[in-house]
Design a protein around this ligand. Structure first.
Ligand SMILES: N[C@@H](CCC(=O)N[C@@H](CS)C(=O)NCC(=O)O)C(=O)O
Length: 340
């Protein structure tokens, strides 16, 4: 990995998880290029650099490929030091990680998805290609109008709890930013994104009924989201727009880079008892499990796994909600604890 290489972000405009990374880049003023991706599979650009992981966003920096918005943001925090978004106290840094977990794994995003406006003409949920693709992503569950209608009341109820929590605890004292910092922090990015998606995103218009949500019901949450959006827009103006790379120029650049990959240590004492350099596959254990990346495991820490693929690129994944399996084991060729 080398900072002489500008990051390349793989994203598509409708991807809310990509917005998390874009906001981060804009708030910090970090220049990047981008390689736009289709919102559905296949993604030949990513296949050309040996990435089987199917979720978006992804970021390459030189020979390193970083998967998952959480890992991308934490890498950028360490690769570009003196972050204006970092929290000063360990306790605040911990609260920020809890926000990340609350919104991503804790059910906020899953309940927000239940509120996607399936009734909109020309909306995503009227698009057969999108529905087919997401059915595969979700392991067979289809987002039919009936299923969406049935899930909506519970989604709304759960989101009301989330709005209420923010309104009556963190934001109750009238602070501008979620952890009372002077400027927006990482905690704002990690807390705000599903709320911004529901309240601001054009594709989500109508997702929140006014009689149960709205600025009257949750004035502080609404003001905070709008403040965040305005700040992001303001800071975005300060960085030069990304170069849009097509698949060919992206893979030419990524595969021919002569930079050295980031060195991530290997923990021999990891509970999975993996050996450095053995062949493994890595994939999400929540959804999108069929999107597997394979390669030699070269780095392993409590929070990160790194594999080297056939193209010589190092793919990095978080450990949380990711599985690592020896490839023979995945093919059912070895015996072991998984068979008990
Ligand atoms: N934990 C992942 C979640 C990423 C995710 O679910 N992204 C959505 C797009 S917003 C996705 O990949 N959907 C399926 C797809 O685009 O193939 C992250 O933080 O990056």
């Amino acid at each position: 990995m080398s900072l002489t290489e500008k990051p390349i972000l793989f994203q598509y405009p409708l991807s809310i998880y990509s917005h998390r990374v874009l906001w981060y880049l804009w708030l910090r003023g970090i220049p990047y290029d981008e390689c736009a991706q289709p919102p559905v599979m296949p993604r030949p650009d990513l296949a050309s650099i040996g990435v089987g992981y199917r979720k978006i966003p992804i970021m390459t920096i030189g020979k390193d490929v970083y998967c998952d918005s959480r890992l991308i943001i934490s890498k950028l925090e360490s690769l570009y030091p003196n972050s204006c978004l970092a929290l000063q106290s360990p306790a605040d840094a911990g609260v920020r990680k809890l926000f990340e977990s609350w919104t991503i794994d804790g059910g906020i995003f899953a309940n927000a998805v239940k509120l996607m406006p399936f009734w909109l003409d020309k909306g995503l949920l009227q698009n057969k290609g999108f529905l087919d693709d997401r059915q595969k992503l979700m392991g067979g569950r289809r987002m039919t109008a009936e299923a969406m209608a049935a899930g909506r009341p519970e989604g709304l109820q759960h989101l009301r709890q989330a709005f209420e929590l923010l309104e009556t605890t963190f934001l109750a004292d009238g602070r501008e930013w979620i952890l009372a910092t002077k400027e927006p922090s990482l905690a704002d990015i990690d807390a705000v994104w599903p709320f911004e998606w529901l309240m601001v995103d054009k594709g989500m218009r109508g997702s929140l009924p006014n009689d149960q949500f709205g600025a009257q019901a949750y004035p502080r949450v609404y003001a905070w989201v709008q403040r965040f959006v305005a700040e992001v827009k303001k800071r975005k103006r300060n960085i030069s727009p990304p170069v849009a790379l097509d698949g060919a120029s992206m893979s030419q650049r990524v595969l021919s880079t002569d930079t050295v990959a980031e060195n991530v240590p290997f923990d021999k004492n990891d509970p999975l008892q993996l050996q450095q350099h053995e062949e493994v596959e890595v994939y999400p254990s929540d959804y999108g499990r069929t999107g597997k990346s394979t390669g030699q495991i070269v780095g392993l820490t409590t929070t990160e796994v790194v594999i080297r693929n056939k193209q010589g690129l190092h793919q990095h994944f978080p450990r949380w909600n990711f599985s690592i399996k020896k490839t023979e084991e995945a093919d059912g060729m070895t015996t072991g604890a998984s068979k008990i």
